[in-house]
Design a protein around this ligand. Structure first.
Ligand SMILES: Cc1cc2nc3c(=O)[nH]c(=O)nc-3n(C[C@H](O)[C@H](O)[C@H](O)COP(=O)(O)OP(=O)(O)OC[C@H]3O[C@@H](n4cnc5c(N)ncnc54)[C@H](O)[C@@H]3O)c2cc1C
Length: 407
């Protein structure tokens, strides 16, 4: 039984069959479309450049062909661990032997006045993206609350569509939770150059309008006129089912390195799961497609009785205007940052190190630095800083005999 028919849930169902599991698989999803990828919802799909069917992770007949019972529009309400059953909103109870929780992380809501006015949007689902596209079509001015990846991607899409865009960010820099200051500065400049009014250290007080959105009101009292607003201030792991079932929850469903919860019959994977990072020696919860896929694969293998440790190097990407960002590793805690290339050329990479060890690479239109950097991160290597900084140096040569961290 898998709860959550998103990126991780669909992957786990497919991987269970690849692992040779011949028993019954039920994939429960509260949404109505078949499992789909979310990244285009803030990019190509939002801009109308991709059909809905292209979002689907697998052809519609895949589930039937693989004897996966896909139950859509089916919300799980309760897990009865003692009785090994999941109760649906409809009241139906379904028995399980082994269970995977893959419920994702919906956007955080902000409890400000006017947040429910028509024109104020959140973005997670196909339905949200369709609604946002419709709002943008009738709008001239968009306010985005939160300068994280999704906010910046939508800003790029909206600028391309000719809208005036203002971004309100509480922190002193964009992407403050996920990127180093150099990367923040790169994207700040990119958006400013594209005509986005990106306001830092700016707090939203609420929204106002007579019947529909007319302005975002700042805590300073200033009103920013707009017909559309998107709130993207991060996501919170969907853990209610796990909590109610008495499972350990700490910024996500607590799992070990094999994606197993404290209950030997229950696993969790994807955005909702908090796991020990083998690479960094601390617990993390990641929100990215590669994490959802790789952790789901490990969980599926372990559900069939194998012992696979989830130790993939975290990575992530984002597309804004003509820039593709690829990030490998987690830069938190870095004590040295080395830039490679000229940000103005838009081919630029930033390496984050701690005591010489490479923690992460952020590569903008620089796939070679991303690929080499990702391998060096996985090796816990301490690469020569001069070579990292020199765009003429071949980073592949660092991989031949990387000096390893002594631990
Ligand atoms: C707009 C947007 C853009 C993104 N862009 C990128 C990107 O460029 N690169 C990248 O790496 N990542 C990106 N992400 C993040 C990525 O999509 C997620 O990390 C990934 O989808 C996580 O997979 P998941 O299976 O854990 O969760 P999800 O894909 O969110 O799936 C969870 C599913 O569980 C369902 N569910 C929850 N509770 C229940 C219940 N009780 N019963 C039944 N079903 C339930 C939910 O409805 C949902 O469909 C983006 C996300 C968004 C929203």
């Amino acid at each position: 039984m898998i709860i959550g028919a998103g990126q991780a849930g669909a992957q786990a169902a497919a991987s269970l069959r690849q692992e040779g599991f011949a028993g019954a698989i039920t994939l429960l999803g509260e949404e109505t479309p078949p499992p789909y990828q979310r990244p285009p919802l803030s990019k190509a799909y939002l801009m109308g450049a991709l059909e809905e069917s292209r979002l689907y992770l697998r052809p519609r007949d895949f589930y039937e062909k693989n004897a996966i019972e896909l139950r859509l529009g089916a919300r799980a309400l309760r897990i009865d661990r003692a009785g090994k059953a999941v109760t649906l909103e409809s009241g139906e109870a379904l028995a399980y032997d082994k269970l995977l929780i893959a419920t994702g992380a919906p956007p955080r809501r902000i409890p400000v006045p006017g947040a429910d006015l028509p024109g104020v949007a959140y973005l997670r689902t196909i339905e949200d993206s369709d609604a946002l596209r419709a709002v943008l079509a009738g709008a001239r001015r968009l306010v985005i609350v939160g300068a994280g990846y999704i906010g910046l991607e939508v800003a790029a899409a909206a600028r391309k569509a000719g809208l005036e865009v203002t971004i309100l960010e509480l922190a002193p820099r964009a992407l403050s939770r996920v990127a180093c200051p150099q990367v923040s500065a790169f994207f700040h400049d990119l958006h400013r150059a594209a005509g986005v009014d990106l306001r830092l250290e700016t707090a939203l007080a609420g929204f106002e309008g007579a019947g529909r959105l007319e302005a975002a009101v700042l805590q300073s009292g200033e009103r920013v006129a707009c017909e559309a607003a998107l709130v993207c201030v991060g996501a919170a792991p969907e853990t209610q089912l796990a909590e109610d079932a008495g499972l350990k929850v700490e910024n996500g469903v607590w799992v070990d390195e094999t994606a197993q919860t404290e209950d030997p019959s229950i696993w969790a994977a994807g955005d909702c799961a908090n796991h020990p990072s083998v690479l960094y020696g601390r617990r993390v919860r990641l929100e990215s497609v590669p994490n959802a896929i790789d952790q789901a694969k490990a969980a599926a293998a372990n559900m069939t009785g194998k012992r696979v440790v989830y130790d993939a190097t975290p990575w992530f990407w984002s597309d804004q205007y003509d820039v593709k960002l690829q990030t490998a590793g987690l830069g938190e805690g870095a004590d040295q940052v080395i830039a490679r290339g000229d940000p103005k050329s838009k081919r630029y990479a930033v390496f984050s190190l701690k005591q010489g060890r490479l923690l992460a690479v952020d590569a903008m239109n620089d796939p070679a630095s991303f690929i080499a950097g990702k391998k060096l991160v996985a090796l816990k290597a301490s690469p020569n800083p001069k070579m990292l900084a020199d765009p003429a140096a071949d980073l592949k040569s660092l991989l031949a005999a990387p000096p390893k961290e002594q631990d």
